[in-house]
Design a protein around this ligand. Structure first.
Ligand SMILES: Nc1ncnc2c1ncn2[C@@H]1O[C@H](COP(=O)(O)OP(=O)(O)OP(=O)(O)O)[C@@H](O)[C@H]1O
Ligand SMILES: [Mg+2]
Length: 460
């Protein structure tokens, strides 16, 4: 019996036969409508999206394969089954070419039809499940290069989705290596300015004296060595996005000039009396606490508010450990660079990777994976010995350390999910992977355990 009512259109010109099949299918829970001709069927299909169409091939007027063709053209997902006369396999093949899922030959037992119908339904279910999984994958990579499926990352994606299409200034905060630059690029690539440039400037990497010229450009003779006119990063980013990394390190004079850019979208090149106008979106990033710097008088308050129109905070990796396996796969795929051999990570190594606190966050993890790939050359699996010493020494602490409430709080759901996953993992290990026994250890129904496994699995 179908689980949800399936709407079925039955096309057959012989009324008694049609009536008989319709009754049998109705008894099996299908919602059946009947059409006595190809024309009638096509007309009915135009205003109702049937799940299934079963049609006789030989019909007066418009024949069955034309009906199939029309049905599939309109509804590519429809299940179309043809009923052929005895010995007309050639016609059946023709109908399948036109999009029919399967056929039954007259005379047939109702069970035969039900069987064909059942397997077609199953096939379609698998197909849509695949499509669903694919869309899940795409969802995860919705923001180019930003990998993550944890709660904090899901929230981040949601926020990015709302802010990317706007022109608002964004301030991205987060510890080193949490992905501030990847996120800034992703915002740019998902917004209306994607056709224009994304220009990054790391304010802490350039000596203060050169930073102004780098940002605003200069005119010839503005200072010693300024041999020609030169565009600054802001002008280079015209119509696009400028990414100001480590804004916290700017001098107060420069902070003032940046404020003017944010308010008026204008500035002067160094040494120029002429005002330049630009159309840029500004995304800034910092790993220092700008609010505190404001309180301590090291950062202009007005600039802070101008920059902080939309704050985007990137959580440290230790607060989203369930993303670690995903990130590891991501980096392995990048390192493999299309090569067919796939390197795996032993469960023990993965546990250490997930137990380590990663002060250098994703960048540090990326480096560790790269190193492990090099060390594991010639093997098919990365093992504990391939990990950096400090990671090897990481204890499996999920259950013990985190039971204290961290200073800045925690994500309860993610935390509980961690613990659940950990316990399920352990019970599976203890029972050699036997889900029934593992479920009993946890006083769960087997189906509940399987369900939880699916939900908690960080990979898929
Ligand atoms: N969510 C993520 N998915 C995939 N890769 C990531 C992610 N976050 C960071 N990375 C990778 O980690 C590395 C560090 O990221 P990024 O340079 O954006 O960090 P950052 O926050 O700007 O660090 P810093 O403050 O040190 O400049 C990059 O190689 C980046 O590709
Ligand atoms: Mg950075």
């Amino acid at each position: 019996m179908p689980d949800t009512t399936k709407h079925l259109l039955l096309v057959e010109d012989e009324a008694p036969l049609r009536q008989a099949i319709a009754e049998q299918l109705s008894d099996r829970g299908y919602h059946v409508e009947q059409a006595e001709s190809g024309e009638a069927a096509i007309a009915r299909l135009a205003d109702f999206a049937f799940d299934i169409i079963i049609t006789d091939l030989r019909l007066p007027g418009v024949d069955g394969s034309a009906v199939i063709e029309a049905a599939v053209a309109r509804y590519p997902d429809i299940i179309a089954i043809v009923v052929t006369g005895y010995g007309t396999v050639k016609d059946a093949v023709e109908a399948i070419k036109r999009g029919a899922s399967d056929f039954v030959s007259k005379p047939f037992q109702i069970d035969e039809l039900l069987h064909v119908l059942g397997s077609a339904l199953e096939q379609r279910r698998l197909k849509s499940e695949n499509a669903y999984l694919r869309s899940q994958l795409e969802e995860r990579y919705r923001f180019e290069g930003v990998v993550g499926k944890s709660r904090p990352m899901a929230r981040l994606f949601q926020l990015l989705e709302t802010v990317a299409p706007t022109n608002s200034t964004i301030l991205i905060t987060g510890e080193t290596g949490t992905g501030k630059e990847v996120v800034a690029r992703a915002i740019h690539l998902n917004g209306p300015r994607r056709m224009h440039r994304f220009v990054a400037l790391n304010c802490s990497a350039i000596p203060e004296t050169l930073l102004e010229a780098e940002l605003f450009g200069h005119v010839r003779g503005a200072f010693t060595g300024a041999v020609g006119n030169r565009q600054g990063r802001l002008e280079q980013a015209h119509k696009g996005t400028v990414f100001l990394d480590e804004v916290g390190t700017m001098s107060s004079a420069l902070q003032m000039k940046l404020l003017r850019v944010l308010q008026e979208r204008e500035f002067e090149r160094v040494g120029d009396s002429h005002t330049t106008k630009v159309d840029v979106r500004v995304i800034a990033a910092t790993n220092s606490d700008l609010a505190r710097m404001v309180a301590e008088g090291q950062f202009r308050e007005d600039l802070f508010y101008r920059l902080n129109v939309i704050p985007v905070h990137l959580p440290p990796l230790r607060e989203r450990k369930e993303d670690i396996p995903l990130l590891v796969q991501h980096f392995l795929a990048i390192l493999r660079n299309g090569a067919p051999t796939s390197l795996t990570v032993s469960q023990e190594a993965m546990r250490r990777l997930m137990s380590f606190s990663w002060p250098g966050n994703v960048r540090q993890l990326e480096n560790a994976v790269e190193r492990a790939v090099a060390l594991s050359a010639g093997r098919t699996q990365i093992d504990v010995g391939d990990l950096p010493t400090e990671v090897q020494k990481a204890q499996e602490t999920a259950l013990t350390t985190a039971v204290t409430l961290p200073e800045d709080g925690l994500d309860l759901d993610a935390f509980i999910a961690d613990i659940e996953r950990d316990l399920i993992q352990r019970s599976l290990e203890r029972t050699g992977g036997n889900k029934g026994k593992a479920a009993r250890l946890l006083n769960l129904k087997r189906t509940t355990l399987v369900e939880k496994l699916k939900r908690l699995s960080p990979q898929e």
